[in-house]
Design a protein around this ligand. Sequence first.
Ligand code: N7H
Length: 574
Amino acid sequence: MSQNPRHPAASFAAASAAMPLPNALPSIAALATSQGVPPAGSPTEPVLDIHDIQGNSLVGFNSDAQAFLFFRIDEVAAAKRSLRALLPRVATVEEVLAFRRLYRALRARRGRVAGSVAATWLNLAVSSPGIAKLTSQDEADRFTSDAFKLGMAARAALLGDDTDVHGNPVGWMVGHKAMTPDLLVILASDSVEALEAELERVCAMVAGLTLQHVERGHNLPGRLSGHEHFGFKDGISQPGVRGRVSDAPTDFLTPRLIDPSDPLALSHAKPGQPLVWPGQFVLGRQYPVQSALDEVTPQVNVDPQPAWAVNGSFLVFRRLTQNVPGFWKFARDMATELAGKHPSLAGLTATHFASLLVGRWPSGAPIMRTPDADDEAMAAHRIAVNDFQFALATPSVKLLPEAADPPDQFSAAPADDEGVRCPFGAHVRKVNPRDDTTELGGSERTLLKRILRRGIPFGMALADPMRPSRSKADRGLLFVSYQASIEDQFEFLMTDWANSIVNPRAYPGAADDIPAGHDPIIGQQGSPNRQRTFTLPIDGVPTTFTVPRDFVTTTGGGYFFAPSITALKTVLST
Ligand code: N7H
């Protein structure tokens, strides 16, 4: 392990002010107590190449402050020297996971960790033009993803973004024709000062590169901590990536919290968190992908093209500006209108209406479990907050003793195959319909569409997002996702589900199906008519209304590839 004090991983061992920590990184094995017990009949999971895969993909930095540095390569030889210089700072899955486990161990023992451990991380990604510059056009062309090769701006119209008559995105600050980055450097830290210091160091270290654009993201302050700008808790539901981080049979990347005697343990890490084979997120024949036939059996993967893409992952970046006052004005107006028109909705609040659009209350509590009012205690319970499904009643699950304390005694989610409790169009039901049968078929197919989300808000928060405001300040989400296929995962979620009024599910009508409408958060009706619809079942009758304008607007973006450490060392910087 590197002892270089400037190495980001080394910096977390040194950062403990409150408690002396060992000089070197604690080994993961030392911290890995049991990560769960696989039930009999579980398929063997591959050992992930945790020294070679970048850490933000499979684990996630989850830091309070992040910076996204977009560079153009002007001088190839100097740019390669810069990459070589940055290489020791690139955080791997091993390092980020070691930190995560240390953090969890301290929190379990001491209750809180604030200030005792800190880390500053760096990860790198390259665009297709960047790869062409660092290797050759032929090499860049060997990637099989057309979306990646074309870039996000060329896909803007397909994604439903606002575009001009030539199909070019309108209003983008980064990633448009005049500013197509070659290289993306992501910095992350829990301290803004440490982040800014690292940003300066990185800029001073590199040559042959022009810094085109910087985005700064941060956890929102005060009671909005962990929430996005509309005021809803974010970062709750992620797929559980299968795979082990050492040869030990139970050293799983994703801790398993279900008792092995419970049948759900075969397919889930914990209730609400299905296990997904790692080939859905990282490239390589050694990592199986999901099968379209059942949720457990691994499906053989293929070698990536080019071969050096192994252990890499596609990174989608989207700068999403949020119109917070507009969103809440719409929610207030609709709540008043619906409450006035329908006696059964008398007393409907803007918060309740907005929660029906999201599928969760601002605290994060799922409306499937608490349909009438927010429930902060449910949201704070680490199992209850994500233990729900849609079509069938959610069964009770036997957890391992440490996960069952305190027990989840909140009311369980009933079956909602009719989309009455949680509208089919609600954001979280659109982008992850869980056990719903979709236009693709059985729910096992939804697992092929899962992504790893690593976004962070940007811009100043409104003190109270729900209160009327004339603020026009630029704020939103720096959306980041990792996946093995841009087309089949991120683009699918946008084009086939969020932007579709009928998929993944519609309401059955007497003659024809009644559309569920767009995803009211991220769904887009392409240019020039951006008017959307949403369907809410009222007194058992699916009732469709208009959503007048986008509350989330794309103001930049790009498709990148996060290569392995080996590829950075042996292909991209030589
Ligand atoms: Fe979404 N929001 O505040 O309404 N999202 N999202 N998202 N999102 C989620 O479970 C939000 C965006 C997904 O497994 C929550 O972590 C906003 C894009 C997926 O149950 C909330 C923006 C895409 C999930 C929001 C935005 C997705 C998810 C609940 C943009 C993909 C997990 C918290 C500004 C194309 C669903 C949580 C599951 C959850 C919001 C963007 C996808 C509150 C404001 C672009 C897969």
